[in-house]
Design a protein around this ligand. Sequence first.
Ligand SMILES: Nc1ncnc2c1ncn2[C@@H]1O[C@H](COP(=O)(O)OP(=O)(O)O)[C@@H](O)[C@H]1O
Ligand SMILES: [Mg+2]
Length: 312
Amino acid sequence: MTRITCKKLSKRYGKGPIALDNVDLSLDTTGVFALIGRNGAGKTTLVRILSTTLFPTSGDAKIDGVDVVGEADEIRKRIAVLPQEARPIPWMTPRELITSYLMWRGVGYKNAGKKASEALDLLGITKFGDTMHSHMSGGTKRKVLVATVIASGADIIFLDEPTTGLDPISRGEMWDLLAKLKKGRFIFLTTHYLEEAEALADRIGVLDEGKLLAIGSLSELRRKTGYPYSVKILQKADHIKIKLGRVIRGRDGNLQVFTTKKGADELSRRLISNGIKFATNPVSLEDIFYFFVKKKVDEGGEETGGGEWQGA
Ligand SMILES: Nc1ncnc2c1ncn2[C@@H]1O[C@H](COP(=O)(O)OP(=O)(O)O)[C@@H](O)[C@H]1O
Ligand SMILES: [Mg+2]
């Protein structure tokens, strides 16, 4: 069954630039769908529209066939959302937070308490259940928030950048937890950590400047680039001609060539005979992201030339 569909979904805030631009999307996965994109790409805007806290400017969206605008109350029963800016109230304990959240959703007090205990257990934070949030690390607080939405038992869970700002160890712990939690659930995750999407997602969407540029599993995205191999040239090599593939210049000024297996083999041989250092690999999600986004990705990054280099 199709769980989420968007048709020509667009959003413009007031007279500002377009934040979401004609997004067509159809998702029928269980597991994790990861929406990746830079800051300002439109990820939160899409999550807010799907979770009924923001009206689209045009187009429509449905969850399990239910319209997110026309039947928002029905949608709210089926979903649980961890917004990007959510932080647990400092003077509450996780047990109090989860219990009150569930009661606010309509669960009775006794049942809410039981579900809170189960969620704390599932997230491995039972020992913090009665500690005030103000005494916890950032990583534990984030686990409390995830426990809260999981406790809802909702069919679809939205997690908007759940690991942004965490230290690398806490982020790794969160990935392990999400890998466990995704079984039998549908999690709509947004992130700008590409390793996070690579590690967790069954399907990945690439969003940039409000446009959904590509969608698929990691291997489908790799195929969609048409160039499943990357050759990173690790020193200045402007005299080497690239015969097949697409070239981008990295922040370090060195070239990276997206190419076919044959192209990678041929280029590798020439680089070896010229004594030039290089690294060749199947393209990573990071490579794929750069490939689709195809523009200044960071200060100084640029694409060389106009796309394809054939015998240049
Ligand atoms: N409440 C708002 N009012 C005006 N512009 C907004 C608002 N929220 C987001 N935007 C703009 O919409 C675009 C997409 O933002 P957002 O959806 O927050 O992206 P992301 O979550 O990918 O970082 C950005 O250009 C942002 O500045
Ligand atoms: Mg955001």
